[in-house]
Design a protein around this ligand. Sequence first.
Ligand SMILES: C[S@@+](CC[C@H](N)C(=O)[O-])C[C@H]1O[C@@H](n2cnc3c(N)ncnc32)[C@H](O)[C@@H]1O
Length: 192
Amino acid sequence: MEYSGTWREIWTQKGEMEGGIDDLYIYDGWEKSKADIKTTAYKIRKELDIKPDDRVLEIGCGAGALAQYLECEYIGIDFSRSLLKKHIEFFGNSVLYGEANDIPFKDKWFDKTFCWGVFLYFESLEYAEQVLREIVRVTRSGILIGELPLESHDKKHLLYTKEMFDGWILEDAWTKKYKGKRFIAKKREENL
Ligand SMILES: C[S@@+](CC[C@H](N)C(=O)[O-])C[C@H]1O[C@@H](n2cnc3c(N)ncnc32)[C@H](O)[C@@H]1O
């Protein structure tokens, strides 16, 4: 299927595709790297030390490809209503429609927040700065953002520099294909 328009339109068109849970990786855009998703979810769980009673926010939760592997008090936010509908249909999670730069929760409401495969779709670095401020505001003890592109094959992807993440713990991409090309940014409780 061909997608066009803004990223918001593209992610909405994705969610409108006819299909079921077997198409989950297509909905969430992982059709070319499906083998990595379960491993990635377990690494996120481990990195953030996610426990069953932790309140965890996923920004850009899509249809739930990563969320399906988490055991916690989960809440997802996304700006594609059609993907949110799929997420509810497949997993029955608590998810809400919204923009990543305007998170409708109180300060430090979440124990942990993660955002995976989303920052490259933001409209500008200014928007991304707003998202970073919102994530820090609503999170109490751990943040993980990945994988942030330094370069990309796709001209429509927003690129980042490590300088933008002053005060964050940075590491190279987990995915072999993106080593040296993408990075991960984290904050622990002592930096929040
Ligand atoms: C590659 S998918 C990743 C989905 C999920 N995190 C996963 O790993 O399975 C990117 C998701 O980010 C969402 N997204 C992109 N920009 C967003 C924004 N500005 N606010 C909220 N959601 C956004 C898209 O709708 C899409 O569901």
